[in-house]
Design a protein around this ligand. Sequence first.
Ligand code: SF4
Length: 72
Amino acid sequence: MSDVKCTVSNCYFWAKTNLCSADSILITSDRSVEPHPGMAVGNEADSALIQAIGSTPASSIAETACHTFKAR
Ligand code: SF4
């Protein structure tokens, strides 16, 4: 992935200078994934989650997050 800036420095995909090194990331509104706490993320799993939750509008930045995060 190019030019996705992120400051979550304890993520497996985080790289120096605050860049994300993941091939792709999944971002949704936080509320939309609450009913699906056990669903995995990453490539094919992302597609399943997206199909399950559909579009996920948010009303502010605080209601969105990266769900590709993986703790180091
Ligand atoms: S996967 Fe998400 S949390 Fe992790 S570095 Fe990339 S943008 Fe940040």
